[in-house]
Design a protein around this ligand. Structure first.
Ligand SMILES: [Zn+2]
Length: 149
C-alpha cells in the first residue's frame, strides 16, 4: 500500500477501518504497511530522521507478526521502536543506509516534539517520548537480540 493522504475521504482501509490521519500502521490482515504522507511532512520540521524510524517501526510489526510468541515483549510498540532501530543500524553497517551524524538526535527531537500530537506518537499506547528514545537507542547500540523478550 505505502503512502496515503490522511485528509482524503478515500484513504485506504484495514479490516474495514479507514487508516487514520497522521498515523502509520501495519495492517495484519493484508500484511502491509501504510503511512499518512502528512505525518512524514510534519516530521520534516525536525529533519528527515523520523521517516526512517516510522517505516522501520511498522516493518518491525510485520516481523513481530512472524516471530515466536516467546520473543514478543509486553510493550509491543517499544519493541517495534527497538527492532526498527536495530534494522537501521544493520542497514548502516552494510552500507544500505548512511546514518548521518545527528540522525539519532533528530529522531529524539521529533519524538519529543510530536509526543501526543499524532496517533503514532500517542504516549498512551506507544510509550512516552523518553521510553521511545530509550528503546530506539537500545536497538541502535545493542542490536535486535537486545529487543527480544
Ligand atoms: Zn507501532
Amino acid at each position: 500500500m505505502g503512502a496515503y493522504d490522511g485528509r482524503s475521504p478515500d484513504r485506504p482501509a484495514c479490516s474495514g477501518y479507514r487508516m487514520q490521519p497522521y498515523n502509520a500502521s501495519y495492517c495484519m490482515t493484508q500484511d502491509l504497511i501504510a503511512w499518512d504522507i502528512n505525518l512524514m511532512r510534519m516530521s520534516y520540521t525536525y529533519g528527515d530522521g523520523l521517516v526512517y524510524q516510522v517505516i522501520s517501526h511498522e516493518w518491525s510489526h510485520a516481523v513481530q507478526n512472524r516471530m515466536p510468541y516467546r520473543h514478543l515483549a509486553r510493550q509491543i510498540e517499544l519493541q517495534a521502536d527497538c527492532m526498527g532501530a536495530a534494522a537501521l543500524a544493520g542497514a548502516s553497517r552494510d552500507g544500505t543506509l548512511v546514518w548521518e551524524k545527528g540522525d539519532s538526535q533528530e529522531i529524539a527531537a521529533t519524538l519529543r516534539g510530536l509526543s501526543g500530537d499524532t496517533p503514532w506518537t500517542n504516549p498512551a499506547d506507544h510509550g512516552s517520548a523518553a521510553e521511545r528514545i530509550g528503546a530506539f537507542n537500545t536497538g541502535l547500540r545493542s542490536g535486535v537480540w537486545a529487543c527480544l523478550a
